[in-house]
Write a protein that binds this ligand. Structure first.
Ligand code: AR6
Length: 171
């Protein structure tokens, strides 16, 4: 699988599926979650509500992923994953890695071959960005999948540069 970086608004990205950094409720929020629901329209929220009712009445657990339509987005699907909040006193790295593993598994289930990720947990959930990039890259490279191209999307120039450095150092 090819792993590349891009500095772009993920809601404009044309791939089979984009990943959403959601929360347990699956009902939307701020950050990239808010942007995806705003631009993707009501169909995404309707499907999220159905998934909650059918499969996750208590919410989607941290580290798990589910797929919905991409609604009005250029991407055909959205894969919603719930990242862990960062905590100084507790290592939740495996939960963050799990977001990448489970979303790749869902991508395989829905037949997505091109996939784009935001930097899960590195916004509202305060995960240090360099470590978030390291975990994303290591997990994506180590997980067997039929996905052919993964783009890690960084929203701002500084994070994009940081991600380039981290990736170059870990290749
Ligand atoms: N395109 C690409 N990346 C973006 C975009 C965008 N349009 N918007 C933000 N980012 P966050 P989290 C980047 O906070 O930390 C929500 O309220 C952003 O710069 O979206 O996992 C949810 O409902 C950052 O690097 O997700 C949850 O409650 C990255 O996306 C909570 O936030 C992730 O930032 C999840 O927090």
């Amino acid at each position: 699988m090819e792993l590349e970086l891009a500095q772009v608004d993920i809601t404009t990205f044309e791939v089979d599926a984009i990943v959403n950094a959601a929360n347990h409720s699956l009902l939307g929020g701020g950050g990239v979650d808010g942007a995806i629901h705003r631009r993707g329209g009501k169909a995404i929220l309707a499907e999220c509500k159905q998934i909650r009712a059918d499969r996750y009445p208590d919410g989607l657990p941290t580290g798990e992923s589910v797929a919905t339509t991409g609604g009005d987005l250029p991407a055909r699907h959205v894969i919603h994953t719930v990242g862990p909040t960062w905590a100084k006193t507790k290592d939740k790295s495996d939960l963050l890695a799990s977001c990448y593993r489970t979303s790749l598994a869902v991508a395989d289930e829905i037949g997505a071959r091109t996939l784009a990720y935001p930097l899960v947990s590195a916004g509202v959930y305060r995960w240090p960005k360099d470590d978030a990039v390291r975990i994303a890259a290591a997990t994506l490279r180590a997980t067997p999948t039929r996905v052919e191209r993964v783009t890690l999307v960084l929203f701002d120039a500084a994070t994009y540069e940081l991600a380039r450095e981290v990736l170059a150092a870990t290749e």
